[in-house]
Design a protein around this ligand. Sequence first.
Ligand code: NAP
Length: 246
Amino acid sequence: MHERVAIITGSSRGIGRATALVFARTGYRVVVNYNHNREQAEQVLQEIEALGSNGILLGADVSKAQEARDLIEKSVKEFGRVDVLVNNAGINHDQLMLRIQDEEWERVINTNLSSAFYCSRAAVKHMFKKRFGRIINISSVVGISGNAGQTHYSAAKSGLLGLTLSIAQEYGNRGITANAVAPGFIESDMTASLSPEQRQQILSGIAVGRLGKPEDVAALVLFLASDEAAYINGQVIRVDGGMRGI
Ligand code: NAP
Protein backbone atom coordinates (compact mmCIF):
# COMPACT_ATOMS: atom_id res chain seq x y z
CA MET A 1 0.00 0.00 0.00
CA HIS A 2 3.01 2.30 0.22
CA GLU A 3 1.94 4.16 -2.92
CA ARG A 4 -1.70 4.69 -2.09
CA VAL A 5 -3.08 7.92 -0.69
CA ALA A 6 -6.17 8.25 1.50
CA ILE A 7 -7.85 11.54 2.33
CA ILE A 8 -10.00 11.38 5.46
CA THR A 9 -12.12 14.47 6.02
CA GLY A 10 -12.63 15.41 9.66
CA SER A 11 -9.82 13.22 11.01
CA SER A 12 -8.80 15.27 14.04
CA ARG A 13 -11.13 13.27 16.30
CA GLY A 14 -13.45 10.27 16.64
CA ILE A 15 -14.19 7.99 13.69
CA GLY A 16 -12.05 10.05 11.30
CA ARG A 17 -9.05 9.83 13.60
CA ALA A 18 -9.42 6.05 14.03
CA THR A 19 -9.75 5.69 10.25
CA ALA A 20 -6.65 7.78 9.58
CA LEU A 21 -4.66 5.62 12.02
CA VAL A 22 -5.83 2.28 10.63
CA PHE A 23 -4.95 3.42 7.10
CA ALA A 24 -1.53 4.60 8.26
CA ARG A 25 -0.95 1.29 10.02
CA THR A 26 -1.72 -0.49 6.74
CA GLY A 27 0.86 1.63 4.92
CA TYR A 28 -1.27 4.26 3.18
CA ARG A 29 -0.11 7.83 2.98
CA VAL A 30 -2.79 9.78 4.81
CA VAL A 31 -4.17 13.29 4.52
CA VAL A 32 -5.45 14.40 7.93
CA ASN A 33 -8.09 17.10 7.56
CA TYR A 34 -9.45 19.26 10.37
CA ASN A 35 -11.65 22.30 10.67
CA HIS A 36 -11.34 23.81 14.19
CA ASN A 37 -9.08 21.43 16.10
CA ARG A 38 -5.60 21.86 14.68
CA GLU A 39 -3.93 20.71 17.87
CA GLN A 40 -5.74 17.38 17.94
CA ALA A 41 -5.08 16.92 14.23
CA GLU A 42 -1.37 17.51 14.86
CA GLN A 43 -1.44 14.72 17.43
CA VAL A 44 -3.01 12.39 14.86
CA LEU A 45 -0.23 13.26 12.43
CA GLN A 46 2.38 12.54 15.11
CA GLU A 47 0.79 9.15 15.73
CA ILE A 48 0.87 8.43 12.00
CA GLU A 49 4.55 9.30 11.86
CA ALA A 50 5.23 7.19 14.95
CA LEU A 51 3.76 4.26 13.00
CA GLY A 52 6.43 4.88 10.35
CA SER A 53 3.88 6.20 7.87
CA ASN A 54 3.67 9.33 5.85
CA GLY A 55 0.97 11.94 6.32
CA ILE A 56 0.14 15.61 5.93
CA LEU A 57 -2.13 17.94 7.78
CA LEU A 58 -4.56 20.12 5.84
CA GLY A 59 -7.04 22.48 7.46
CA ALA A 60 -10.20 23.01 5.41
CA ASP A 61 -13.84 23.66 6.12
CA VAL A 62 -15.21 21.09 3.68
CA SER A 63 -18.72 22.53 3.90
CA LYS A 64 -17.39 25.28 1.64
CA ALA A 65 -16.93 24.37 -2.03
CA GLN A 66 -13.66 26.21 -2.56
CA GLU A 67 -12.00 24.87 0.60
CA ALA A 68 -13.09 21.32 -0.23
CA ARG A 69 -11.66 21.63 -3.73
CA ASP A 70 -8.41 23.08 -2.35
CA LEU A 71 -8.13 20.17 0.09
CA ILE A 72 -8.17 17.65 -2.75
CA GLU A 73 -5.89 19.68 -5.02
CA LYS A 74 -3.31 20.31 -2.27
CA SER A 75 -3.32 16.59 -1.44
CA VAL A 76 -2.69 15.68 -5.08
CA LYS A 77 0.01 18.34 -5.31
CA GLU A 78 1.75 16.83 -2.28
CA PHE A 79 1.38 13.12 -3.09
CA GLY A 80 0.62 13.08 -6.84
CA ARG A 81 -2.57 11.04 -6.50
CA VAL A 82 -5.66 10.27 -4.46
CA ASP A 83 -6.85 6.67 -4.23
CA VAL A 84 -9.27 6.77 -1.33
CA LEU A 85 -11.60 9.53 -0.18
CA VAL A 86 -13.45 9.04 3.09
CA ASN A 87 -16.16 11.67 3.47
CA ASN A 88 -16.36 11.55 7.24
CA ALA A 89 -16.62 15.20 8.38
CA GLY A 90 -19.92 15.76 10.10
CA ILE A 91 -21.81 17.61 12.78
CA ASN A 92 -25.09 17.07 14.55
CA HIS A 93 -27.33 19.61 16.18
CA ASP A 94 -30.32 17.96 17.79
CA GLN A 95 -33.44 20.08 17.62
CA LEU A 96 -37.10 19.59 16.86
CA MET A 97 -37.95 20.60 13.31
CA LEU A 98 -40.14 23.52 14.39
CA ARG A 99 -37.14 25.07 16.15
CA ILE A 100 -34.55 24.62 13.41
CA GLN A 101 -33.44 27.98 12.03
CA ASP A 102 -32.58 28.32 8.34
CA GLU A 103 -28.89 28.83 9.17
CA GLU A 104 -28.77 25.61 11.23
CA TRP A 105 -30.45 23.68 8.43
CA GLU A 106 -27.88 24.95 5.95
CA ARG A 107 -24.92 24.35 8.26
CA VAL A 108 -25.92 20.74 8.95
CA ILE A 109 -26.75 19.99 5.30
CA ASN A 110 -23.59 21.62 3.99
CA THR A 111 -21.28 19.98 6.52
CA ASN A 112 -22.68 16.46 6.27
CA LEU A 113 -23.82 16.31 2.64
CA SER A 114 -22.56 19.11 0.37
CA SER A 115 -19.01 18.52 1.64
CA ALA A 116 -19.11 14.95 0.32
CA PHE A 117 -20.28 16.16 -3.08
CA TYR A 118 -17.60 18.87 -3.28
CA CYS A 119 -14.79 16.50 -2.25
CA SER A 120 -15.99 13.59 -4.40
CA ARG A 121 -16.34 15.77 -7.51
CA ALA A 122 -12.78 17.02 -7.09
CA ALA A 123 -11.32 13.60 -6.26
CA VAL A 124 -13.02 11.56 -9.00
CA LYS A 125 -11.28 13.70 -11.63
CA HIS A 126 -7.93 12.37 -10.37
CA MET A 127 -9.14 8.81 -9.74
CA PHE A 128 -10.39 8.72 -13.31
CA LYS A 129 -6.86 9.03 -14.68
CA LYS A 130 -5.64 6.04 -12.62
CA ARG A 131 -8.79 4.02 -13.25
CA PHE A 132 -8.88 3.29 -9.54
CA GLY A 133 -10.71 4.95 -6.71
CA ARG A 134 -12.64 4.32 -3.54
CA ILE A 135 -15.19 6.76 -2.19
CA ILE A 136 -16.57 5.91 1.22
CA ASN A 137 -19.26 8.11 2.71
CA ILE A 138 -19.95 8.03 6.43
CA SER A 139 -23.72 8.18 6.67
CA SER A 140 -25.70 6.99 9.72
CA VAL A 141 -28.44 4.56 10.67
CA VAL A 142 -30.70 7.61 11.03
CA GLY A 143 -30.16 8.25 7.32
CA ILE A 144 -32.01 4.96 6.79
CA SER A 145 -34.65 5.23 9.51
CA GLY A 146 -35.02 8.97 10.26
CA ASN A 147 -34.99 10.18 13.85
CA ALA A 148 -37.06 12.64 15.86
CA GLY A 149 -34.96 15.70 16.69
CA GLN A 150 -32.64 15.15 13.75
CA THR A 151 -34.59 16.17 10.63
CA HIS A 152 -31.67 18.10 9.14
CA TYR A 153 -29.03 15.56 10.17
CA SER A 154 -31.14 12.60 8.96
CA ALA A 155 -31.94 14.35 5.69
CA ALA A 156 -28.23 14.97 5.10
CA LYS A 157 -27.33 11.37 5.95
CA SER A 158 -30.10 10.05 3.63
CA GLY A 159 -28.83 12.42 0.94
CA LEU A 160 -25.41 10.82 1.28
CA LEU A 161 -26.98 7.50 0.31
CA GLY A 162 -28.35 8.95 -2.95
CA LEU A 163 -24.98 10.55 -3.65
CA THR A 164 -23.21 7.23 -3.02
CA LEU A 165 -25.54 5.17 -5.21
CA SER A 166 -25.28 7.66 -8.08
CA ILE A 167 -21.47 7.91 -7.97
CA ALA A 168 -21.40 4.10 -7.94
CA GLN A 169 -23.47 4.04 -11.13
CA GLU A 170 -21.55 6.80 -12.90
CA TYR A 171 -17.99 5.58 -12.31
CA GLY A 172 -18.17 1.86 -11.51
CA ASN A 173 -16.87 1.00 -14.97
CA ARG A 174 -13.74 3.11 -14.34
CA GLY A 175 -12.54 1.13 -11.34
CA ILE A 176 -14.05 3.66 -8.95
CA THR A 177 -16.44 2.33 -6.32
CA ALA A 178 -18.62 4.28 -3.91
CA ASN A 179 -20.13 2.86 -0.75
CA ALA A 180 -21.76 4.22 2.37
CA VAL A 181 -21.17 3.15 5.94
CA ALA A 182 -24.02 3.67 8.38
CA PRO A 183 -22.79 3.63 11.97
CA GLY A 184 -25.17 3.20 14.89
CA PHE A 185 -24.13 4.78 18.20
CA ILE A 186 -20.37 5.15 18.39
CA GLU A 187 -18.37 6.46 21.37
CA SER A 188 -17.07 9.89 20.32
CA ASP A 189 -17.49 13.58 21.13
CA MET A 190 -20.68 13.43 19.06
CA THR A 191 -22.36 11.03 21.49
CA ALA A 192 -20.61 12.27 24.66
CA SER A 193 -23.52 14.48 25.65
CA LEU A 194 -26.05 11.63 25.85
CA SER A 195 -27.63 11.51 29.32
CA PRO A 196 -27.21 8.27 31.34
CA GLU A 197 -30.92 7.55 30.71
CA GLN A 198 -30.57 8.03 26.93
CA ARG A 199 -27.46 5.85 26.96
CA GLN A 200 -29.26 3.11 28.88
CA GLN A 201 -32.22 3.21 26.52
CA ILE A 202 -29.94 3.01 23.46
CA LEU A 203 -27.92 0.16 25.00
CA SER A 204 -31.05 -1.87 25.62
CA GLY A 205 -31.65 -1.93 21.85
CA ILE A 206 -28.13 -3.00 20.82
CA ALA A 207 -27.74 -6.77 20.55
CA VAL A 208 -24.00 -6.86 21.25
CA GLY A 209 -24.60 -4.89 24.46
CA ARG A 210 -22.26 -1.94 24.00
CA LEU A 211 -21.88 1.25 22.01
CA GLY A 212 -19.53 1.02 19.05
CA LYS A 213 -15.93 2.18 19.03
CA PRO A 214 -14.52 4.41 16.28
CA GLU A 215 -12.26 1.45 15.38
CA ASP A 216 -15.35 -0.70 14.65
CA VAL A 217 -16.25 1.71 11.85
CA ALA A 218 -12.66 2.23 10.69
CA ALA A 219 -12.19 -1.51 10.12
CA LEU A 220 -15.02 -1.60 7.57
CA VAL A 221 -13.81 1.57 5.84
CA LEU A 222 -10.36 0.00 5.45
CA PHE A 223 -11.86 -3.11 3.90
CA LEU A 224 -14.05 -1.12 1.49
CA ALA A 225 -10.92 0.71 0.33
CA SER A 226 -9.06 -2.51 -0.46
CA ASP A 227 -8.56 -4.32 -3.77
CA GLU A 228 -10.56 -7.21 -2.32
CA ALA A 229 -13.65 -4.96 -2.13
CA ALA A 230 -13.57 -4.16 -5.88
CA TYR A 231 -16.95 -5.85 -6.46
CA ILE A 232 -18.73 -4.09 -3.61
CA ASN A 233 -20.23 -0.96 -5.13
CA GLY A 234 -23.24 1.20 -4.29
CA GLN A 235 -23.89 -0.47 -0.95
CA VAL A 236 -24.96 0.85 2.42
CA ILE A 237 -23.47 -1.17 5.25
CA ARG A 238 -24.56 -0.74 8.86
CA VAL A 239 -22.08 -0.94 11.73
CA ASP A 240 -24.47 -0.86 14.66
CA GLY A 241 -24.00 -3.96 16.80
CA GLY A 242 -27.42 -5.21 15.70
CA MET A 243 -29.74 -2.35 16.65
CA ARG A 244 -33.47 -2.70 17.09
CA GLY A 245 -35.97 0.06 16.49
CA ILE A 246 -33.90 2.51 14.42
P1 NAP B 1 -16.78 13.90 16.11
O1 NAP B 1 -16.00 13.15 17.12
O2 NAP B 1 -17.64 15.03 16.54
O3 NAP B 1 -15.73 14.41 14.98
C1 NAP B 1 -16.19 15.16 13.91
C2 NAP B 1 -15.03 15.42 12.97
O4 NAP B 1 -15.53 16.14 11.83
C3 NAP B 1 -13.95 16.29 13.60
O5 NAP B 1 -12.70 15.83 13.17
C4 NAP B 1 -14.24 17.67 13.01
O6 NAP B 1 -13.08 18.48 12.84
C5 NAP B 1 -14.74 17.29 11.64
N1 NAP B 1 -15.52 18.36 11.01
C6 NAP B 1 -16.71 18.88 11.42
N2 NAP B 1 -17.09 19.86 10.58
C7 NAP B 1 -16.12 19.97 9.64
C8 NAP B 1 -15.93 20.80 8.50
N3 NAP B 1 -16.83 21.73 8.18
N4 NAP B 1 -14.81 20.64 7.76
C9 NAP B 1 -13.89 19.69 8.09
N5 NAP B 1 -14.02 18.88 9.15
C10 NAP B 1 -15.11 19.03 9.92
O7 NAP B 1 -17.74 12.94 15.30
P2 NAP B 1 -17.69 11.36 15.01
O8 NAP B 1 -18.59 10.71 15.95
O9 NAP B 1 -16.29 10.90 14.87
O10 NAP B 1 -18.42 11.35 13.59
C11 NAP B 1 -17.74 11.17 12.36
C12 NAP B 1 -18.77 10.93 11.28
O11 NAP B 1 -19.55 9.79 11.61
C13 NAP B 1 -19.78 12.08 11.11
O12 NAP B 1 -20.10 12.25 9.76
C14 NAP B 1 -20.98 11.59 11.89
O13 NAP B 1 -22.17 12.19 11.43
C15 NAP B 1 -20.92 10.11 11.58
N6 NAP B 1 -21.64 9.28 12.54
C16 NAP B 1 -21.29 9.28 13.87
C17 NAP B 1 -22.01 8.48 14.75
C18 NAP B 1 -21.68 8.41 16.22
O14 NAP B 1 -22.44 7.77 16.97
N7 NAP B 1 -20.59 9.01 16.70
C19 NAP B 1 -23.08 7.71 14.29
C20 NAP B 1 -23.40 7.75 12.94
C21 NAP B 1 -22.67 8.54 12.08
P3 NAP B 1 -12.64 19.62 13.93
O15 NAP B 1 -12.65 18.93 15.25
O16 NAP B 1 -11.27 20.02 13.48
O17 NAP B 1 -13.61 20.73 13.83
